[in-house]
Design a protein around this ligand. Structure first.
Ligand code: ZN
Length: 107
């Protein structure tokens, strides 16, 4: 496993854990009104903490696959992931190859 693929997958999985807490809080406080909630960008860029706006339903759709991550549009790591969905607010990327397998192990 190349160190870059591992770094990409682990970094994004860390932010996935952060976003899972955000979802729990949003659900706990009954914020599931259909309005977007501020999640954090799950991209692999060092120091990126940009917010990404998704409704809880949109976020749940991303989480259906352990290989999928939500990022700011354009925050894509070519060669390790491909864009499976993109809107003006966010993009959904799917891990490819080794990075995808690490993501599934961590998921
Ligand atoms: Zn980012």
């Amino acid at each position: 496993l190349s160190s870059t693929a591992e770094r990409v997958a682990k970094n994004e999985s860390l932010f996935r854990e952060v976003n899972e807490r955000i979802r729990e809080l949003a659900e706990h406080f009954d914020l599931a009104t259909g309005e977007p909630t501020s999640f954090v960008c799950e991209c692999s860029r060092t120091g990126c903490h940009e917010p990404v706006e998704l409704t809880l339903a949109e976020y749940a759709a991303v989480r259906e696959s352990d290989r999928q991550f939500v990022v700011q549009p354009g925050h894509v790591e070519p060669g390790y992931e491909r864009v499976v969905f993109e809107s003006g607010r966010y993009a959904v990327v799917e891990k490819l190859g080794k990075a995808g397998r690490v993501s599934e192990d961590l998921g």
